[in-house]
Structure formats: C-alpha cells, structure tokens
Design a protein around this ligand. Structure first.
Ligand SMILES: Nc1nc2c(ncn2[C@@H]2O[C@H](COP(=O)(O)OP(=O)(O)OP(=O)(O)O)[C@@H](O)[C@H]2O)c(=O)[nH]1
Ligand SMILES: [Mg+2]
Length: 206
C-alpha cells in the first residue's frame, strides 16, 4: 500500500493526553512527560529500524511526536505551521485523546482546522488513552493496578465511550478519510493494557 519503505507515524492531540508517554511505552523511548507543564514544545522525531525493533512491519518507521494543542490560543497558532509541515508527510496519523472526559470540544475544533491537510490516503487511528482513569460508580471496582486490567465496570463503559468519540470524530472527518469504529483503540499507556492493539492498528496490521 505504501510507496516507500519508511512509514511515517505522527502522534498529535491535546496537551497532556499522553502522546509522549504512549510513544515511550510503545517503543521504549525516553521522551519527557509531565502532568503539569506542556513538555513537547516542537515536533520531535526518531527513526526506528527493523534491525532493532524486530516486530516492525516496515524497514523503517519515522515516529513524530507533536506539541500538544489547547494550551493557549497563541500556542495553537504557533504550532499550526508544524502541522502544516508534518501532516502531508505522514502515512499513519494517531490522534491521541483521553477516555476520562466528556469534553471533546477542543479536539473537534482543532481537528476541523487540520482537516484541509488530510489526504484521502491517510490512515487515522484515534488512541483513547487513560482507560485506567475511567470513573466508576460508588461501590464498583476501579482499575486493577496489580493485574493491569480495567475492572468489569470500566470494561462495560468502554463501548459507550467509543460510540461517543466515534460520533464526534465521524462528523468532523465527514468522509474525508476512511474512519470506522474499529479505528478507535482504548488503552492505557502507563499500565500497558491495550497497547499492543494500538501498535497493531497504527501499523495497519488488523
Ligand atoms: N493515569 C494515567 N496517566 C497517564 C497515562 N498516560 C499518560 N499519563 C500521564 O499524563 C501526563 C501527560 O503525559 P504526556 O505524555 O506528557 O502528554 P503529552 O500529550 O505528550 O503532552 P504535551 O507534550 O504537553 O503535548 C503525564 O503525567 C503522564 O504520566 C495513562 O494511561 N494513565
Ligand atoms: Mg509530549
């Protein structure tokens, strides 16, 4: 499907959703992360080579970690040229967002701004991070940190969450690129659950 044997994968989304953490967990990197300050101020990228990462389905993968949107309007405007530069070079776009919120307005606004940069051949994945933080009702179990698995109550909530996110993103994407519900992957970057699914999806292996 790809013309070159280097796949460019770009991670983007709001500040603090866990883009850098996800890349660190997926590929054993050591990029800066923080819960209080926006860490990534300019795009950072690295090349992964199949001689080191044996499970790569491509000879080489270029991973790009973008600065997060939504810190301030000025920053968003400052970052826009980075997106204009990088999105056209991208094969696999990963929009990182988080499961523990109902507020996706900023995702919607920014995605709408970026849509003109999307070519129809782009492969989009929505990475739904922080599943461990999904709220549960009183008396129900939360994430099990010992086994690294979501609780029954959290697992029950996931399909509804995916439906919500699908509805919002689908209307913004509006047929510009292929987008099916199976392109939304729930996971948690720091507790590993779902990460392998995310990796498979980003590399378009399922
Ligand atoms: N509970 C929980 N926290 C997470 C998870 N993934 C990331 N975090 C935390 O979220 C915070 C922000 O993570 P970053 O990886 O720095 O987020 P980012 O999207 O790269 O942020 P910017 O560089 O500002 O755009 C850090 O404190 C992470 O430890 C997760 O799965 N669960
Ligand atoms: Mg970051």
């Amino acid at each position: 499907m790809l013309k070159s044997d280097t796949l460019t994968v770009l991670f983007f989304g709001k500040t603090g959703v866990g883009k850098s953490s996800t890349l660190n967990s997926l590929f054993g990197l050591n990029w800066a992360t923080d819960d209080a300050i926006a860490c990534t101020k300019a795009p950072q990228f690295t090349y992964l080579d199949r001689s080191h990462y044996l499970d790569l389905p491509y000879q080489q993968v270029r991973l790009v970690d973008m600065p997060g949107i939504g810190e301030s309007v000025t920053d968003d405007e400052k970052y826009m040229p980075f997106y204009e530069e990088w999105i056209p070079q991208t094969h696999s776009l990963v929009w990182v967002t988080q499961a523990d919120t109902r507020a996706y307005k900023r995702d919607e606004i920014f995605l709408t701004k970026l849509m003109p940069l999307f070519q129809p051949s782009l492969f989009l994945t929505v990475a739904l991070n922080k599943i461990d933080c999904l709220g549960v009702d009183e008396g129900e179990k939360a994430f099990n940190f010992e086994t690294g698995e979501p609780s029954e109550a959290q697992l029950r909530q996931i399909p509804e969450k995916v439906d919500d996110v699908y509805g919002i993103f689908k209307s913004v994407i509006n047929g510009k690129v292929i987008f099916e519900k199976s392109q939304i992957i729930p996971y948690t970057s720091i507790h590993q659950w779902g990460l392998q699914n995310l990796k498979n999806k980003v590399f378009q292996r399922n």
